[in-house]
Design a protein. Structure first.
Length: 133
């Protein structure tokens, strides 16, 4: 199946996808703040986590189902499949490297899928609270 958009149009659409302040990330942040859990954004540590609790050495990553190959929702791209396979595989490998580096430096890493936040935010918050204890 060919793409209904031109290469230029598809490139523009893909460039508009945000890497920060996504809906799942903002939803998580609002709920954490409401619970009284204070975090830091843009904390300078390996992997650029979405949220960090520096005092407890806990970092949170909110992973998109497509961009990080969610085992439940990932659907391979039908166009430019080799490019996207390499791109997504690179993301997955980078995530593993960053997890190992952070853990070896004493950090606790919590990775949440975007669908987990949308499906049950309370379960996600409970995971974070356990990591903070």
């Amino acid at each position: 199946m060919t793409d209904v958009l031109s290469i230029k149009q598809r490139s523009y659409c893909m460039s508009c996808i945000r890497g920060k302040n996504t809906k799942p990330e903002v939803l998580l942040r609002k709920n954490l703040w409401h619970k009284g859990l204070r975090y830091r954004l843009n904390y300078k540590v390996t992997g650029k986590p979405d949220l960090a609790f520096p005092g407890k050495k806990v970092v949170i990553f909110v992973d998109g189902c497509f961009w990080h190959r969610c085992p439940v929702h990932y659907i391979p791209s039908k166009t430019r499949s080799e490019f996207w396979e390499n791109k997504i595989q690179g993301n997955v490998e980078r995530d593993k490297r960053n997890n190992a580096l952070l853990e070896s430096a004493g950090w606790t890493v919590v990775r949440l899928w975007e669908h987990e936040i949308k499906d049950d935010i309370n379960v996600c918050i409970a995971r974070i609270e356990r990591a903070l204890k």
